[in-house]
Ligand binder design. Structure first.
Ligand code: GLA
Length: 708
């Protein structure tokens, strides 16, 4: 709900209230829902601004910076007008949230040049989230150069810790919390993509609660956190100003990507709000609410070394266990026998696929499985027909040796010709294979940014605009196909991408212990529905640790389940175990994939933690308890559940595991399970623990409300 009284605007969601003084461009309040009205004057005149600019002797970080049309760098944006719109405006060329209309529009004008700054605030009631965006319109008679246009500025008063989600390839999005005290800290990416290293989702954690901010953007981003001497904590998020300089001609406008922000009293609440928002207002299309299929992917099973027989063996075994979708990964096209060649040659390698893609896909479908395909459309190998015929499609600076990563170059997606080429060839791959699932990969980052006639300062953003154009055309053409994003695992795990891909490969690290941490960190800002999670072979290919098959399954249930191993080589015993796992997953898929997700505690050395998902009516839940290390003669581990109905009585049973003889079954009150918890008395009695190194210990609990 948005209400205006003079220029004081109040935006309410069921649990939060934001109050803005539009004429002063000031935050008056953002936090817990206020039930009373008025009294906001008492809060006016604080240094909390909704945007900031260079000039006025203000030397803190600004949200708007430009080389102005009058040749200077100072601006003096002052209030012009405010409006409540009934429809949320589209952001040209960029993906954004949808499903709510009412939007507050604020306009500020730099009088000497007539340049206008617009800010938009849309209220998402069902998730207590506010989407914010900004736009500059050049009303001057001369061009200007934008050096920074943040999507959002959130000014707070008090002491805050700045929480980020950091990592690297194979250890993405691990939570890092820093008490900033005084000074400036920033979290960013200059890699051309949102990155494995620093996700755009950040949290400001203070005494009165937590504020989460995320960007609906896949490119270079920057989140600045500045704690000033006047007690103000400023959070600015948007496109990274690294190398950014955007020319705006008279009459033109530039839109910054959308940001989303929300307040909650605690991190669990913040995650639930963000999850609901992503599920309802970011993910779209036919797969938005559909249960996701259980897949088998051949990558870790075969890498590049496969032929039709091997693939069909995997598919046959997968079908026997109840798996629903077969995904053919890298290596099926051109002369792609290793990662040195053939990216860009999206024609069938008949030696490796038998009679080609269509014939293989038909055989897989005849077995009763759906067929999915891997592509990496934005890349090119120098050893490829595409490079030989179109060397200019590759991104490189003329006269310089390009930087190679994984032996490949990027295509110049800032060029419309290249975009159209990708749309054509990838559409053909999907159409000729009849794929119902596409894994869209991206395995290196940008270095040699160059495109003829594209100013350097615009390149990174123009690449992303080109990428979104390609993605939106292809996803619109194939509305029934389930697209899963991937970027050397989770290197582009962001809300911009989730507007196109309902799910994303979370990480190339499939080790259960590592995955527990990666999924835990990821879950702060993203729901389990978007996290691809696979059971792979042991010893694990990334860590060489081993974990029982049942443990690997328990952890993979924290996301969208798949198997990624040579199922053609499974023993009869393993097949039996996987068959039971798949049947269990199907029975509980809805609550596992779409339930409210809670983290249950620590996931680092020696800690007891895990996760649980609870149906919206709180009648059923699945919990996974995990002990990451066995402390000899240590305290008996125990865990407290979350999200249940405190006054309901539940029946709790352990999922039968092949590596554990006993089975626990008891009834207890919701409040007892959440406050008292349960002792994990026999968690170290797994029969296969001795055969495994680097093993973690897990139990899965099925929790059902007893009939009254
Ligand atoms: C990336 C992906 C993997 C796999 C390989 C194929 O690393 O993350 O899942 O698809 O590429 O080359």
């Amino acid at each position: 709900m948005i209400k205006k009284k003079g220029q004081i605007v109040r935006l309410d969601t069921p649990n939060t209230t934001l109050v803005i003084d539009a004429s002063a461009g000031e935050y008056l309040y953002y936090g817990k829902r206020l039930t009373s009205g008025g009294g906001f004057e008492a809060l006016s005149g604080s240094p909390r601004k909704i945007f900031s600019q260079y000039g006025f002797a203000d030397y803190t970080e600004s949200s708007v910076l430009m080389e102005n049309a009058d040749g200077g760098i100072s601006t003096a944006f002052t209030f012009s007008k405010s409006k409540i719109l009934t429809e949320k405006p589209e952001i040209a060329g960029l993906p954004s949230s949808y499903g709510e209309g009412k939007t507050l529009e604020l306009k500020y004008v730099d009088a000497p040049t007539k340049v206008a700054l617009y800010l938009y605030y849309t209220v998402f009631e069902d998730s207590d989230v506010i989407a914010v965006s900004s736009k500059l319109v050049n009303g001057a008679k001369k061009e200007l150069y934008i050096r920074r246009l943040a999507s959002v500025q959130l000014d707070l008063l008090g002491e805050y810790s700045f929480v980020t989600f950091e990592g690297a390839w194979a250890r993405e999005r691990q939570k890092v919390s820093r008490a900033i005290g005084r000074g400036v800290f920033y979290n960013d990416s200059k890699k051309g993509v949102s990155s494995h290293e620093r996700n755009p989702f950040v949290i400001a954690e203070g005494k009165e609660g937590v504020y989460g901010v995320n960007l609906v953007y896949t490119g270079n981003h920057k989140e600045i956190f500045e704690c000033c001497e006047n007690g103000r904590a400023r959070l600015i998020a948007g496109i990274n100003d690294f190398m950014f300089r955007w020319k705006l001609l008279p009459g033109e406008e530039f839109a910054a990507p959308e940001a989303v922000m929300c307040y909650a009293p605690c991190e669990d609440g913040l995650s639930l709000q963000m999850h609901r928002f992503v599920r309802e207002h970011i993910v779209r299309g036919k797969w938005k609410k559909r249960e996701r299929p259980i897949l088998v992917n051949n990558w870790e099973g075969t890498y590049f070394d496969f032929n039709e027989e091997k693939l069909l063996n995997i598919a046959r075994a997968a079908k026997e266990t109840g798996v629903e979708l077969f995904v053919l990964d890298d290596g099926w096209f051109g002369n792609r026998c290793d990662d040195h060649r053939a990216l860009g040659d999206w024609f069938d390698n008949t030696e490796k696929t038998g009679g080609g893609l269509k014939s293989l896909a038909d055989k897989i479908r005849a077995l009763g499985l759906d067929f999915g395909i891997w592509v990496e459309p934005e890349m090119i190998s120098e050893d490829s027909d595409l490079f030989r015929s179109h060397p200019n499609f590759a991104m490189r600076v003329p006269g310089r040796e390009p930087t190679r990563m994984r032996q490949q170059l990027c295509l110049n997606l800032a060029d419309e010709k290249v975009q159209n080429y990708i749309v054509r060839v990838i559409s053909d791959v999907i159409a000729r294979s009849g794929a119902s699932y596409v894994k869209w990969d991206y395995n290196r980052t940008l270095t040699d940014c160059y495109g003829k006639n594209i100013p350097q300062g615009e390149y990174f953003h123009r690449y992303i605009l080109g990428y979104y154009r390609v993605l939106s055309k292809i996803t619109k053409k194939f509305p029934f196909v389930l697209f899963e994003g991937c970027s050397g695992g989770g290197g582009r795990f962001d809300l911009g991408n989730f507007c196109y891909y309902p799910q994303f490969w979370t990480s190339d690290d499939t080790d259960a212990r590592e995955r527990l941490r990666i999924q835990d960190g990821t879950s702060y800002g993203y729901p389990q529905t978007v996290m691809g999670a696979h059971v792979s072979a042991c010893p694990n290919h990334q860590t060489e640790n081993s974990n029982p098959l049942e443990t690997r399954f328990n952890i993979a249930c924290g996301g969208v389940l798949g198997y990624e191993l040579d199922m053609g080589k499974l023993t009869e015993e393993e097949k039996k175990v996987i068959t039971a796992q798949v049947a269990f997953y199907k029975e509980h898929r809805k609550v596992l994939q779409f339930g409210d997700y809670y983290r249950l505690g620590g996931v680092f050395e020696g800690e007891v933690g895990g996760f649980m998902t609870v149906s919206p009516d709180k009648n059923s839940a699945i919990a996974v308890a995990a002990v990451t290390n066995r402390v000899v003669n240590g305290p008996l581990p125990f865990i407290r559940f979350k999200g249940l109905n405190p006054s309901a009585v539940y029946e709790v049973t352990t999922r039968p595991q092949a590596n554990y003889g006993g089975q626990l079954s008891f009834t207890a009150g919701g409040d007892m399970l959440m406050n008292g918890g349960i002792l994990l008395r026999d968690i170290f009695s797994d029969t296969q623990a001795k055969e495994n190194s680097g093993c973690i210990f897990t139990r899965m609990f099925v929790i059902k409300k007893c009939k009254a």
